[in-house]
Design a protein around this ligand. Sequence first.
Ligand code: SF4
Length: 244
Amino acid sequence: MISSVLDSTPVVLSDVPLQIDPAEVLRFQGYKKGEDAPTPEVVEIYAGAIKEGEDLIDPRAVYRAVRVSEQAPDSIRLSGGAEFHIPEIGRLWGPIESVGTVVCTIGERLERRVRELFDVREFPLAVMLDSVGSAATECLAEYVNDLLCQVAIPERLNVTNRISPGYAGWDVSEQRLLWSLCPGGLAGVALNSACFMTPTKSISFLVGLGPDARVDHYFTQCRRCWMKECAYRRAPAERMVHRA
Ligand code: SF4
């Protein structure tokens, strides 16, 4: 349970009531929204894979906030002296006072099952289940991002969209710095010297926190957020990554 987004003590989230978004599974299968439709055979495999995947995931996350001491257009310096170098972050996030660091995972059972399916040459189901795992991991990161926004509102703070090392021009080597701040091991995730996480269905990310942090482009976030009667909602909820 995260009681404050400014909590500087690592918090572990477990028993997350995660809902896997089927559209996200199809996206990982290469289907383009509104353009491609799966055949009945694919729908059958896909429905079975989601059902099996739901039993195989064990979503958990670690969260920790760290104070910011200085911001520049392409960097964020933290109290303690560590510095992230992220292109355009000053413009994208606006003024922030802290960062939230997250490592999350769906665990390793699903990827073990995918390996078993490949071993017995059940290729269509193996590939689909792998997509279910990737989609579940993405939904978990969205879930945590939404949860942080919900916790931050009573604290009169904004939470920016998330960004991960290796994306949007952020060098993947800064994964180590993120990990030095957020102990992913508490969620059962390990990082090797090549900045590769195991279980592989894991995501690490950073968000910005502050009363004036930019959330004016928060439409996608609100569209999937399950918070009822949120006074700050920017778009109606369309789908959820929270189990009903
Ligand atoms: S509806 Fe939007 S603003 Fe409100 S808590 Fe959810 S993500 Fe945040």
